[in-house]
Design a protein around this ligand. Structure first.
Ligand code: GUN
Length: 282
């Protein structure tokens, strides 16, 4: 069965739009999101465009702040410090990746913890590690919500996460662990990957290699979450060999239309959560 992230994200956007309208009427203040982008990766432009479009739909005020590719680390930090103080913005994100002369974690850590709506800073990551309430990173948060929407049990299941990035793999593993799954993390140095992935009840793949997970690597009736967005020719495809794996598993996310749209909504939901915290609402 297809896990329809696109349809679910539309439902969440409608709910968020209504909430934003009510909040804006109540306070006279519109939730604001600042998106800082160097356009170092070509794909960033598309991701940012999707974020701006969805924000507009939900009546969230979003600004794109494009900076030059050769901006210095200190100038980028100065920009973030300015945005931290700017009351128009309740959320700030820096679109990754950044050019190699910039230390990404240093930049992200400059974002005020309360405005870190990507949940990438060490404060929010540390809270996730400790199982404390935090701003959760958008992609893994969207995946958890999607599993819950389809009433897929997480507790006591063997969840295998392929990929250990700070953006997806690591926070995904921790969120699944915090929901009482038994979690295994695999990565490029893992030996005999197939022997591990084929034992997964829930398999989350975020490695950026087109069609890497084949049918023989997946357990019958598993739940398969494909975070990959790879361009093959001019077609988008995931990290999972969708056609063949779909026949064997119980649930699977398509690419496009699976995890991607949920990432965008989770980011906007985080912006509204940050807004409410900052304005002391609820
Ligand atoms: N690059 C790829 N995914 C993301 C994301 O979720 N947030 C940011 N800021 N950059 C990304």
């Amino acid at each position: 069965m297809l896990l329809d992230g696109k349809a679910y994200s539309q439902k969440l956007k409608e709910e968020l739009k209504k909430e934003v309208e009510a909040l804006t009427n109540e306070t006279g203040i519109t939730p604001g999101l600042a998106i800082v982008c160097t356009n170092y990766a070509e794909a960033s432009k598309i991701y940012v465009k999707n974020k701006l479009k969805a924000a507009k739909y939900c009546n969230i005020f979003a600004s794109l702040i494009e900076v030059s590719l050769d901006i210095s680390e200190n100038d980028l930090i100065a920009l973030i410090e300015k945005l931290n103080k700017d009351e128009k913005y309740h959320g700030i994100i820096v679109q990754l990746p950044l050019p190699p002369h910039i230390n990404e974690q240093r930049i992200i850590n400059a974002i005020d913890e309360k405005k870190d709506v990507d949940g990438f800073g060490i404060c929010n990551k540390g809270k996730l590690f400790c199982g404390m309430p935090t701003i959760n990173s958008a992609t893994p948060q969207g995946i958890i919500k999607l599993l819950e929407e389809y009433n897929i049990e997480i507790a006591s299941k063997h969840a295998v996460v392929v990929g250990r990035s700070n953006i997806v793999g690591k926070p995904m593993a921790l969120m699944l662990l915090n929901k009482n799954a038994t979690v295994t993390i695999c990565h490029s140095k893992t030996k005999n990957l197939k022997s591990i992935t084929s034992k997964a009840d829930i398999l989350v793949v975020a490695i950026g290699k087109a069609n890497f997970i084949t049918k023989d690597m997946v357990k019958k009736h598993a739940v398969v979450i494909d975070v990959g967005t790879n361009k093959v020719g001019n077609k988008l495809c995931g990290d999972v060999d969708f056609k063949k794996v779909a026949k064997k598993c119980s649930y699977i996310t398509p690419v496009p239309g699976g995890v991607g749209p949920l990432t965008v909504v989770s980011l906007l939901e985080n912006t509204v959560i940050a807004y409410k915290k900052i304005l002391n609402i609820e």
